[in-house]
Design a protein around this ligand. Structure first.
Ligand SMILES: [Zn+2]
Ligand SMILES: [Zn+2]
Ligand SMILES: [Zn+2]
Ligand SMILES: [Zn+2]
Length: 682
């Protein structure tokens, strides 16, 4: 049994109760957890490992004074473990005469506040140096010195509560308050913001019982309360010292472990440097210190355990593999940065070259040049030296831009040619590059899946709810059509993936997806009829010729023989027919070519549209900086708000562009025959 010092327990039954909790733990912990057992065995002499019945028993047969002298050198933790290791040792160590062993052990541990009068040395040792919850044996560092208990958070929540006397009858309310006044309250959460204060259930009930018994004896009651008050004052003062000591010990321990970790880290780093991984290690210097991917944060490195040769040999393969992966990732990232930088250089050189030439020459978007052989080769140059490929390298090859643009146009035109219907190939000019002239015919139109809904022929107000036709796009427009440069997902199997994946997210090379452009059959049929009505041969007449002739045609279906004739250009006729009629092959009689006189009158009316402001909405300008299409009116606003340009100049800020829809001014006009005659008389 524990040497209970009855003379010291005079402070009251309560103290005795507290003492017994420590005592009972000593008994219940006869079988410590495995890990503890291991440490304990390691601490004992080699021979003792054979078991409780072996040499350990011999130890207990030694003369007590020698045994005490040996034990006197131990630290409190060891004495505690010894007392738990066998019944015989326990009996020796807990006898009254052995108290000097505990005292010695405690005094060997500097900084620990002296054993308080209300605890025996073994109880105090158990409280301060055990590592387990006194209630459930779980590992814990939490000691509640005010109540002499070490317990885990689960047990704490069970043993303590905010109002431990909640169920007691209301008649003893005054006594309950006195109990609460005496028992020190503990904060529930030492670190958190929201803190409750709690008191131990069992102690509160004991104390209340005592007070109830003394209820009718006022002198006894007051005396008891006074005793308790001074006892808890003592307890609280001591608890403060112990808390301070405990956090100091924890701090010291943490810094010791830190030192060990640091030594291990440095040892590993120096070993890895010897193996030639210095560059990777230096490369980590600027990284975010807590990043889990860092070598110094690797679980094998960040351990509070000295690095021995044996440990090093065990962890070496894993760490070397880690370094290999790091090097590969670094090289890959550097390559990516290099490619991105070269792409930017290429685009800026091409932009600078084509900007002044854009109005009178034709170029694909600067992004497209990244995939053109000469530029591609420079961008993907395998040299790892950043001075090999510079902006000057791209400048050196800029003279190839016009030629490259021509080659690009040719190859894209060939792919467009494949979209034309079979029967057109039966024409006389079927083979070789002559075939490309078919693209320029007035009957060749394409559609873009991307802009099916926008940039459209306006839907008619009430006429046929026919299926929506996409906007017809001419050959000269489709090659610069803006939305075919819109970004789309990049296939990682693509041979140009290295470049494509690093382009700006705003633009991609032309028609990368390859399935957005289709031949516009309806527009082609209408064009065939309009061209025929104009007396031209649809098989050879080009769109350019039609534009130059500047014909005006009348829609016979809208005129219906009245005085009012609806007249328009040949391209507007295509838009109009898509919008309002359904056109059949050979329907050239739907269109009437206007004679020169009438055409002149129409052009006068068209000129009046300019004053009506209809042209204002037409987006025929292109912002040089972002490539966005703008109307004349929208342009200055766009430049001001998007690029902070207050006085735009056509040179450099905007230009006419090639991506012009055929639905453009002049719009259809109504030629009233009477008006026309009056005008003619004038
Ligand atoms: Zn517990
Ligand atoms: Zn489009
Ligand atoms: Zn019509
Ligand atoms: Zn812009």
């Amino acid at each position: 049994m524990l040497p209970r010092r009855s003379s010291r327990t005079s402070a009251g039954t309560l103290s005795a109760l507290e003492g017994s909790s420590a005592e009972s733990t000593m008994q219940s912990s006869k079988r410590p957890p495995k890990k503890q057992q291991k440490i304990q065995n390691a601490d004992l002499p080699e021979t003792s490992k054979r078991g409780r019945g072996g040499k350990l028993r011999k130890l207990t047969e030694m003369p007590l004074d020698i045994l005490f002298e040996i034990f006197g050198e131990l630290n409190p933790f060891d004495v505690l473990n010894l007392a738990r290791s066998s019944k015989a040792l326990r009996n020796i160590l807990l006898r009254r005469s052995a108290v000097s062993i505990w005292k010695n052990a405690l005094s060997n541990f500097s900084g620990l506040p002296a054993c308080p009068v209300y605890l025996s040395e073994p109880q105090y040792t158990n409280l301060a140096f055990d590592r387990h919850c006194h209630s459930c044996s779980a590992n814990t560092q939490d000691v509640y010195w005010e109540y002499n208990i070490r317990c885990c958070s689960n047990c704490f929540n069970r043993l303590f509560s905010r109002n431990p006397l909640f169920n007691k009858s209301i008649s003893s309310r005054a006594l309950v308050d006195r109990v609460y006044g005496l028992l020190p309250a503990l904060p529930t959460n030492r670190r958190g913001y929201h803190v409750d204060h709690v008191r131990p259930n069992k102690e509160a009930r004991c104390l209340l019982d005592r007070l109830e018994k003394l209820q009718n004896d006022e002198t006894g009651l007051n005396q008891f309360i006074e005793e308790q008050r001074s006892h808890f004052q003592q307890v609280k003062a001591h608890a403060r010292l112990c808390d301070r000591w405990q956090s100091e010990v924890a701090r010291q321990r943490a810094s010791e472990l830190n030192e060990i970790r640091k030594r291990r880290k440095e040892a590993i780093i120096s070993k890895l440097r010897d193996l030639g991984w210095g560059e990777e290690i230096d490369n980590e210097r600027g990284s975010y210190r807590r990043s889990r991917t860092l070598l110094i944060n690797h679980p094998l490195v960040r351990q509070p355990k000295e690095l021995t040769e044996r440990i090093w040999n065990n962890i070496k393969p894993t760490l070397v593999e880690l370094m290999i992966n790091k090097r590969d990732a670094r090289l890959k990232a550097e390559w990516g940065t290099r490619v991105s930088a070269r792409i930017r250089m290429a685009i800026s050189v091409v932009d600078a070259f084509i900007r002044p030439r854009y109005t009178d020459q034709w170029f694909p978007d600067s992004v497209d040049f990244c995939l053109i052989d000469e530029f591609r080769a420079l961008i993907l140059d395998p040299s790892t030296d950043d001075s090999t490929v510079t902006e000057a390298s791209f400048k050196d090859i800029e003279s190839c831009i016009p030629d490259a643009a021509g080659r690009w146009r040719l190859s894209q035109s060939r792919s467009l040619l494949e979209l034309l219907p079979e029967r057109m190939n039966e024409d006389a000019t079927s083979q070789t590059d002559d075939a490309l002239t078919r693209l320029e015919l007035a009957t060749t139109f394409f559609s873009c899946k991307e802009c099916l809904g926008r940039d459209m022929v306006p839907q008619s107000k009430n006429k046929s709810a026919k299926k929506k036709e996409p906007h017809p796009i001419t050959y000269s427009r489709i090659l610069t059509h803006n939305c075919l440069n819109d970004p789309s997902p990049v296939d990682d199997e693509d041979p140009n993936f290295e470049i494509l994946s690093r382009l700006s997210i705003q633009k991609q090379p032309w028609h990368l997806q390859g399935d957005l452009v289709k031949f516009h059959r309806t527009a082609s049929i209408i064009a065939h009829n309009v061209v025929t009505a104009c007396g031209k041969d649809p098989a050879v007449t080009t769109a350019l010729e039609m534009d130059e002739q500047d014909f005006r045609v009348e829609c016979r279906r809208c005129s219906k023989g009245g005085n009012s004739r609806l007249v328009m250009t040949w391209t507007m006729a295509i838009c109009h027919s898509i919008e309002c009629h359904s056109e059949k092959k050979g329907g050239s009689r739907s269109w009437i070519l206007l004679d020169d006189d009438d055409a002149k009158k129409v052009k006068v009316l068209e000129a009046a549209q300019v004053e009506e402001g209809k042209h204002q909405l037409f987006k025929d300008f292109r912002c040089t900086r972002c490539g966005r299409l703008q109307s004349k009116a929208g342009l200055s606003e766009h430049l001001r708000y998007s690029h902070a340009i207050l006085r735009p100049a056509e040179e450099g800020d905007f230009s006419k562009h090639h991506d012009v829809p055929i639905y453009r001014p002049p719009f259809a006009v109504c030629l009233n025959m009477e008006d026309a005659n009056t005008n003619a008389d004038d």
